[in-house]
Design a protein around this ligand. Structure first.
Ligand code: SF4
Ligand code: SF4
Ligand code: FES
Length: 539
């Protein structure tokens, strides 16, 4: 260990770490462009200048190691002077683009100029104009070479993380330019991350570009529902306009650092899947004898209509013969919701035909983040429902429904036509007396159902997912549920209540507390102890 001092603060840090790592541990601000903790050290932007007592010149913090007794200053006149001079050189050929730059508001060049720069520019008349302004370099990213500060973060990301070697710095000195290799395009499964790590507006996300100024965005911590990895994310949503004026509510997803799950990264499939949130949303509750037109349903009455549907469904569940219901649950649901599926169907109604595993739905997998299982909560579903791939396979429930051996079927989110084909859905529909569909997005199974109960998407509710390693992580409500829908845990709580069961859940965390009391894997956990990084089940 080494004893050092940073801006008067005494610290004991690990031997051999760099000054910038020590500075970050001490939560002291210091500008940086080329340094990124997930990439190798380049030391090329020179902005992270600090003064170290007994050293003749300032040094760069990202490529200088700490030593016993070091006294470091980040804010001394000498340090600030060096930082400011470097910034002036970096801005020498940079266009004065901020008002029309999509990075404005989250640009490190803009931020540091305000924090550390504020000099009188000496290069205004000498700017070298580089010609290639914003052009696409692949399906997800635009490059504006004029704005690049040649930090090489994107180069190192391609070389070290995806190993796709996409970028290079071409030409020398004043004429150096960042580009993709000739004849190549940026097209890998993690390409969106380069827009996140580019500290300026040189690499921007084609999907988000010019959709919204970043200061109109709110941010909520959550977890990607795209596969069993459970990458930690921030959900960025529009916070400025009233609901009815918004075209889109969730504007983009960004990775959130979690060293145990996804480090600093996420895949493109997960990043752009946010569009499905508002895709073909079910906005109308349907039930036998209920209102049929949108006007009747939505005219300020949608909550009452959903409540009436739940009352009618509860009566049907109560009066049903034992063994007449089958249930297809889903590993897209949260732990809380699956716990209530268990309480309602297995414990209260003694349903035996309960399954959750849809066969043949696996996708691409790699040895980095992407998992073949595209469900965010397969591990939680298996544990809570005490089923596995074989005993929880929905095929047997569907087959029994097709033969008329199950009278009524309750389906959560799954589209039977997608998994088994349209003929199977038709055959099931012709045999079952009551088909219930509960889910956020419409599909042929919802179209064929007698009861349709609209539920909230993952961005509209609180809850937890358990990833493939048994890590329980929180999702949080970022936007209001679509009018007329409720979170699944609330729909199930209402049904339990209407069936005369004891329910005292006001929030999703009350359900989680109950789950933690009854399911040993979750013992001792609550929303507070899960924190930002989640908690792994005890082995
Ligand atoms: S494009 Fe961005 S990340 Fe890449 S070298 Fe230029 S400034 Fe750095
Ligand atoms: S790897 Fe999986 S969890 Fe991570 S961003 Fe991609 S889809 Fe989402
Ligand atoms: S951040 Fe240290 S030289 Fe670039």
């Amino acid at each position: 260990m080494a004893n050092i001092t940073i801006d008067g603060k005494q610290l004991t840090v690990k031997d051999g770490i760099t000054i910038i790592e020590a500075i970050d541990q001490a939560s002291v601000g210091l500008p940086r462009y080329c340094y990124h903790p997930g990439l190798s050290i380049a030391g090329n932007c020179r902005i992270c200048q600090v003064e170290v007592e007994k050293m003749p010149r300032t040094v760069i913090a990202c490529n200088t190691r700490v030593a016993e007794g070091m006294v470091i200053h980040t804010q001394s006149e000498k340090a600030k002077d060096s930082q400011q001079s470097v910034l002036e050189f970096l801005l020498a050929n940079h266009p004065l683009d901020c008002p029309v730059c999509d990075q404005a508001g989250e640009c490190k060049l803009q931020d540091y100029y305000m924090e550390y720069g504020l000099y009188d520019p000496k290069f205004n008349d000498l700017k070298v104009k580089k010609t290639k302004k914003a052009f696409p370099i692949g399906p997800t990213i635009m490059l504006d070479q004029e704005r690049c500060v040649l930090c090489t973060r994107c180069v190192r990301f391609g070389d070290e993380i995806t190993k796709t070697n996409d970028f290079g710095v071409f030409n020398r000195g004043h004429h150096s330019e960042l580009d993709v290799y000739p004849g190549k395009e940026l097209n890998n499964k993690y390409s969106g991350n380069v827009a996140d790590i580019c500290p300026v507006g040189a690499l921007t996300d084609r999907d988000f570009r010019f959709k919204m100024r970043v200061w109109y965005l709110g941010s909520q911590d959550s977890v990607c529902p795209g596969c069993a990895r459970g990458c930690n994310i921030e959900v960025h949503y529009e916070k400025s306009r009233p609901y009815h004026l918004k075209e889109k509510r969730v504007m983009r997803l960004k990775p959130r650092e979690n060293q145990d799950v996804n480090k600093w990264w996420m895949c493109d499939e997960g990043r752009y899947a946010y569009k499905a949130i508002d895709d073909n949303r079910i906005k109308k509750t349907r039930y036998p004898g209920g209102p049929t037109t949108s006007a009747e349903t939505l005219n300020g009455q949608s909550e009452k209509v959903l409540e009436a549907a739940l009352e009618k469904l509860a009566a049907a569940l109560k009066g049903a013969k034992p063994g007449s219901w089958g249930v297809i649950a889903t590993p897209q649901s949260t732990n809380e919701e699956l716990f209530l599926v268990r309480r309602l169907f297995r414990d209260a109604l003694k349903v035996k035909d309960l399954a959750f595993w849809a066969p043949g739905q696996e996708g691409y997998q790699d040895d980095f983040l992407i998992r073949a299982d595209k469900n965010p909560n397969m591990a939680g579903a298996k544990r809570i429902l005490a089923l596995d791939e074989k005993s929880g396979d929905i095929t047997s429930v569907v087959e029994r429904a097709k033969k008329g051996e199950i009278e009524n079927l309750f389906v959560f989110s799954t589209d039977l036509a997608k998994v088994f084909g349209a003929d199977t859905l038709k055959a099931v529909r012709s045999k079952v007396k009551t088909l219930v569909f509960e889910g956020p997005n419409g599909n042929p199974t919802a179209d064929a159902a007698d009861f349709v109960l609209p539920s909230s998407s993952y961005a509209e509710k609180d809850g937890t997912f358990t990833n493939f390693e048994g890590r329980v992580q929180r999702i949080r409500k970022a936007v209001e549920p679509v009018i007329g829908s409720l979170p699944t845990w609330l729909i199930l709580s209402r049904l339990l209540f209407l069936l005369g069961q004891k329910v005292d859940y006001l929030r999703a965390d009350d359900v989680f507390d109950d789950l933690a009391k009854t399911e040993p894997a979750f013992a001792g956990m609550n929303y507070k102890t899960l924190g930002k990084g989640g908690t792994v089940w005890a082995k």
